[in-house]
Design a protein around this ligand. Structure first.
Ligand SMILES: Cc1ncc(COP(=O)(O)O)c(C=O)c1O
Length: 364
């Protein structure tokens, strides 16, 4: 029998997700040791985690025992960190897991979600996996969310199924623009769930996590990947209205936070000084990098409130530039799709990494 014919048709029809190449593969391909690569392509935190995290990982007491399905200790630590009750917080294997979990909570095949491209690709990806349909309301030229466009979409659907979820990101990936309080309020007035992805919020300002206590249709996602340098260990969390929590608990994989990730996240939260310093350094470097990139005559950086900068490449081939930088051991992300034609996204790195990038840009 043809086993493949039994694959869900929406999955069979899906395009495969194209992740960036694993670090080891890039290192082998460029014939450079990982330490000799300036990795500015995935918005990771080049400082990595606090030494306390490494110590906690080296002394894990019970790696042979399944983890606490409720991540109680971590949620209590997050409650202290965020000021929200632990009852409103759910931990996930990265914010990525929670995006999928939210979709599985609300969406049946054929249901609609609103996506605002250009933005983080996982909303569209998880919608496809969940057999949902995506109403795309493109961002404006300055990357601001077209809130009237989203409102019009809801108003115009007499009879047609209304979207159940709206995904917005602030600061947005890949440009670093933010959603105003006023725009968020307007979205929250819609008859839908609003998922506010705050993966980069620490590089901007106060989180709106606390708003979930006032707005039952708001869900806010955060991560340890950027601020805490734990991208490889996969820890994120979400804040939800109390009424949603029992349903999320029902569908969550019991052991989604493994013991290493749990110990690392706890140790990271204990070292508040390290967290603050690493964010402050990256934020300062973002500002320096933006100013320096603006001096390069073929680059047009957009102002960013995250730990990366989107640049339009003018009068040169952006892809060729990305490949040329790669030959210098510098990795950046290239985009060439609607709203992001001829663009490079460059993560904020350590000062010496910025220097290497600028040096290479001068020589190219
Ligand atoms: C907007 C946004 N949300 C979520 C994530 C993923 O976060 P995590 O590593 O916690 O899964 C990213 C990662 O790049 C992102 O850019």
């Amino acid at each position: 029998m043809d086993i493949v014919s039994l694959v869900r048709p929406e999955v069979a029809a899906m395009e495969a997700y194209t992740p960036i190449l694993p670090f080891e593969v890039v290192s082998a391909r460029l014939q450079r040791a990982p330490a000799a690569i300036v990795k500015l392509d995935a918005n990771e935190n080049p400082y990595g985690p606090s030494p306390r995290v490494r110590a906690a990982l080296a002394t894990l007491p019970f790696p042979h025992i399944y983890p606490d399905p409720e991540s109680t200790e971590l949620r209590e630590a997050l409650a202290r960190d965020t000021g929200l009750p632990a009852e409103n917080l759910l931990a996930g294997a990265g914010a990525d897991e929670l995006i999928d979990l939210i979709m599985r909570l609300f969406l049946r095949p054929g249901d609609w979600v609103v996506d605002c491209p250009p933005t983080f690709g996982m909303y569209g990806f998880d919608a496809a996996v969940n057999a949902a349909q995506v109403a795309r309301v493109p961002r404006r030229a300055d990357f601001s969310v077209d809130v009237p466009g989203i409102e019009a979409l809801f108003a115009s659907r007499d009879g047609a199924p209304r979207p159940k979820l709206v995904f917005v990101t602030s600061p947005n990936n890949p440009d670093g623009s933010v959603l105003s309080d006023e725009d968020l309020r307007r979205l929250l007035a819609l008859p839908a769930g609003v998922v506010l992805d705050e993966a980069y919020i620490e590089f901007h300002g106060p989180s709106r996590l606390g708003w979930v206590l006032e707005h039952a249709n708001l869900m806010v996602l955060r991560t340890f990947s950027k601020r805490a340098g734990l991208a490889g260990l996969r820890v994120g969390y979400g804040a939800f209205a109390a009424a949603l929590m029992p349903h999320l608990w029902k569908i969550k994989q019991p052991y989604n936070i493994n013991v290493a990730a749990n110990a690392a996240a706890l140790a990271a939260l204990e070292d508040t000084g390290y967290l603050a310093e690493s964010v402050a350094r990256l934020t300062a470097e973002r500002e320096r990098l933006t100013a320096c990139l603006a001096q390069v005559d073929y680059l047009r950086p957009y102002p960013s409130r995250a730990n990366f900068i989107l640049c339009r490449v003018v009068g040169r081939d952006a892809r060729a530039l990305k490949l040329a930088l790669e030959q210098h051991g510098i990795l950046v992300r290239h985009f060439n799709k609607p709203g992001l034609m001829d663009c490079l996204r460059i993560s904020a790195g350590k000062p010496e990494q910025t220097d290497q990038l600028l040096d290479a840009l001068k020589r190219l």
